[in-house]
Design a protein around this ligand. Structure first.
Ligand code: FAD
Length: 261
């Protein structure tokens, strides 16, 4: 069993534009469009905004993609940002964290490691920094987690025997599922989990603001800061307005002038 304190966030997918279809549309409309980004998500958001006003060709106005998208953000024309979607995997996080993450409904999609299918006998656990920083509290935490983990293993074994006895004809996979789904009830919130999630730009901005805020729970703030770091690099036109501010007790929080677009 490993004790984890540092979540990992992987950006594994992003939106792509079909250049030939875009050219066909522009040609059918007898217009043209030039911009200065090759990032699919940024191209898609700019194009969606320009379709609203048919501001292509001579009516194109702003040339830079960042100028264009930041103007939309300033105007709170946030629905345009919903067209750009990214896909992430997050690991080294607790079930407490994912319970908070999934409260973000609009514009998010989730797929989480199943404790019914996956054996948690070798699970890792995520320790809050405030506990890890104090030797006495760390000992209490470790003892409790170890005891719960041991109880999980014993319950999983006992349940497997019981199910084998009562339902000998059940499929092997279903027997394991039955045992694990009941045994997991003693696993703590600290149990490590993995989540694949997708979010559009508007939803991600909302997440970064709420969960990167000073009063956000520290584990989810760590993830929000990692997502922001990735997104500022990935899409400066959409996330470039966020700044980091130092927190009094150490660490950082996120800030922007353009909240909840
Ligand atoms: C510091 C902090 C403490 C918290 N404490 C608690 C707590 O004690 N208990 C608890 O249960 N939760 C708590 N939460 C979770 C919080 O209540 C929200 O569920 C979570 O932050 C997701 O926010 P959201 O609903 O705005 O996001 P999303 O679900 O992603 O929604 C985004 C936005 O879309 C709009 N929207 C979405 N759904 C609807 C709808 N059905 N009707 C109308 N508009 C909609 C709203 O404008 C909303 O802000 C806490 C959150 C934070 C940041």
């Amino acid at each position: 069993m490993n004790v984890l304190t540092d979540p990992k966030v992987y950006l594994v997918g992003r939106s792509a534009i079909d250049t030939s279809a875009v050219q066909q549309f522009l040609s059918d409309e007898g217009t043209a469009w030039t911009t200065d980004t090759e990032n699919g998500s940024e191209l898609i958001a700019e194009m969606a905004g320009r379709v609203c006003y048919m501001s292509f060709g001579e009516k194109q106005g702003r040339r830079s993609n960042q100028d264009y998208l930041m103007n939309l953000i300033r105007m709170e024309h946030g629905s345009v940002l919903e067209h750009s979607v990214w896909n992430f995997i997050v690991t080294g996080v607790s079930r407490s964290f994912t319970h908070e993450l999934i409260r973000h409904r609009a514009g998010f999609a989730y797929s989480q490691l199943s404790q019914r299918y996956v054996d948690e006998s070798e699970a890792d656990f995520v320790e809050p920094d405030v506990i890890a920083g104090d030797p006495d509290l760390h000992d209490i935490w470790l003892e409790s987690v170890t005891r719960s983990h041991e109880a999980y293993r014993k319950l999983a074994d006992g349940l497997s025997e019981l199910i084998e006895r009562d339902y000998p004809d059940m499929k092997r996979r279903d027997k394991r599922k039955r045992a694990r789904e009941a045994a997991r009830s003693v696993l703590p919130n600290a149990t490590e989990t993995k989540m694949f999630f997708s979010a559009n730009a508007r939803a991600l901005r909302h997440f970064i603001e709420y969960r990167g805020a000073p009063d956000a729970e520290p584990e989810i703030r760590k993830v929000a800061l990692k997502v922001l770091e990735i997104m500022k690099d990935e899409s400066p036109s959409i996330f470039g307005d966020y700044e980091l501010e130092s927190l009094p007790g150490g660490g950082s929080s996120t800030a922007t002038e353009h909240k909840k677009v």
